[in-house]
Design a protein around this ligand. Structure first.
Ligand code: HEC
Ligand code: HEC
Ligand code: HEC
Length: 402
């Protein structure tokens, strides 16, 4: 009798185990690539010694929130979750207890993922080393400190569901759209947000502010958008953090190191094809040119401080010193990223495809607010460039935003 009971219990357990199809090696490998393309580590790793154990502080305009632990630890991670729980989180932004997540977790993008891709991500995460780590509770302001508010937010702004492939477009375009709008969540930074932190309607990829940086337009706008970049230019930038036209700094440098540089050439090409298909987008704001005195003063600062690397005609040395004429980041409506680079300097990112380093010195302590405003005005308006005037007050403000 006991043997039978034991068998009922154990044999059942063994059978269940044998029949719950274990994910294949290929699925786990595919999941790893998807996790990289989604840059899950970018937000879920606070301590590099504990990958994916969460606890990273993510600042939002509504306060801070800490990423949870994605390792298979059963108490503090997601080890005790069912596949259905995991699917619910990514597809619907719903936690296993039925409460709603904040969109600092890009589920409004991840909802585009197919079910097999979501489960492959889950399969890969299940192979990670478990770490015990409980994220601190969110520090959001009223009324967002009440999670229940997210039900209303979702009702207003969240449209769950995968993207239907558009048959008349090619496979590259469809794959590119899946990566840009879904897994790669590029619009989290590159699409401007409304006062509720949701994407502004009709302004997809027309540029957004993120932690003191400006993520430039990715649409086909002439000056501040990607009109002047070819598919190959975009692909090279995403693969290596630089191209003959610009270098990636700040949050984009992280996206490239953690995510896009690890993608396959085919996926990177697909993203570039999709971005090049975006329309020119909302009209660029009229340029309010800087005063002539500021241009003159800026030219003098440039001749003194910048010319050694960037050259008198701004041409620099492509892939070493980024050229300034025609540069869309530089001519963006919002000068935030340009000010960050001039104030803080910049280190060229190294990736397997472009391992050589380079750097630009920081000018925060060498130049005054007015001098930085002047040189910024100069490079934004010399050589046929056009960008609205930047003031010393804006520079002072940028110094404080870090
Ligand atoms: C931009 C930052 C960011 C990125 C990128 C990101 N997450 Fe998150 N994620 C968060 C935050 C913040 C939360 C917590 C949301 C909340 O508490 O409402 C979260 C929550 C989650 C949860 C719920 C966990 C729990 O314990 O309730 C899962 C699952 C998850 N993320 C998986 C992923 C996966 C898989 C990826 C990559 C495909 C990913 N995340 C990428 C920020 C991010
Ligand atoms: C965390 C925020 C963030 C995310 C996510 C992000 N970007 Fe960016 N991106 C930026 C910022 C900021 C810059 C400006 C970088 C600089 O100052 O060098 C930028 C620059 C770029 C540029 C160069 C544009 C130019 O005119 O110089 C391209 C192309 C680009 N991003 C594509 C993408 C794609 C494709 C994705 C999604 C796979 C993506 N980005 C995701 C923040 C982000
Ligand atoms: C010692 C050489 C050097 C000097 C001097 C220098 N830069 Fe740079 N600059 C660089 C390098 C290298 C980069 C690329 C950094 C990177 O890869 O992240 C860069 C990047 C930039 C960018 C970003 C362009 C883009 O598309 O990524 C701007 C704007 C810029 N410099 C302006 C200036 C200004 C203004 C001065 C003078 C006040 C100056 N630089 C002085 C080397 C220099």
């Amino acid at each position: 009798m006991r043997a039978i009971l034991a068998c009922l219990f154990l044999c059942g357990a063994f059978a269940a185990h044998a029949f719950a199809a274990e994910p294949s090696e290929e699925t786990i490998e595919r999941g790893k690539a998807l996790v990289e393309a989604g840059d899950c580590a970018g937000c879920h790793t606070a301590d590099p010694a504990k990958p994916f154990a969460g606890g990273k502080r993510i600042d939002t305009p509504f306060g801070a929130i800490y990423s949870p632990n994605l390792t298979p630890d059963r108490e503090t991670g997601i080890g005790a979750w069912s596949d259905q729980d995991f699917h619910g989180a990514l597809r619907f932004g719903v936690a296993p207890d039925g409460s709603r997540y904040y969109p600092a977790f890009p589920y409004p993008n991840f909802t585009r993922l197919t079910r097999p891709d979501i489960l492959a991500i889950r399969a890969y995460l299940s192979t990670l080393t478990p770490f015990a780590n409980k994220a601190p509770p969110p520090e959001l302001r009223f009324p967002l400190n009440h999670r229940v508010v997210m039900r209303l937010w979702n009702y207003l702004f969240f449209r769950p569901g995968i993207l239907q492939p558009e048959q008349q477009k090619g496979t590259d375009w469809n794959r590119g759209r899946y990566l840009v709008e879904g897994l790669g969540h590029c619009g989290v930074c590159h699409t401007p947000k409304n006062i509720f932190g949701a994407d502004r309607r009709g302004r997809a990829f027309s540029g957004g502010l993120v932690g003191g940086w400006f993520a430039p337009r990715l649409d086909g706008a002439e000056r501040g958008g990607l009109k002047s970049w070819s598919v190959d230019d975009i692909a090279e930038y995403l693969a290596s953090g630089r191209n003959g036209r610009s270098h990636a700094d700040g949050p984009m440098a992280e996206v490239i190191v953690d995510s896009t540089s690890k993608m396959s050439d085919a996926d990177i090409h697909a993203i570039a094809v999709y971005l090049k298909s975006l329309p020119s987008g909302p009209p660029e704001p009229a340029v309010l040119p800087p005063p002539e005195t500021s241009m003159k003063a800026g030219e003098a600062v440039y001749a003194h401080a910048c010319i050694a690397c960037h050259e008198a005609d701004g041409s620099g040395a492509p892939r070493i010193y980024p050229p300034l004429p025609g540069n869309p980041l530089l001519q963006s409506a919002d000068p935030a990223s340009t000010l960050r680079v001039i104030l803080d300097g910049a280190q060229t990112v190294t990736t397997p495809r472009a391992p050589n380093t380079g750097s630009m010195p920081a000018y925060a302590s060498q130049l005054s607010d007015q001098q930085i405003a002047d040189v910024t005005n100069y490079i934004r308006n010399a050589w046929g460039n056009a960008g609205s005037a930047v003031t010393a007050e804006q520079v002072a403000q940028a110094r404080k935003t870090r």
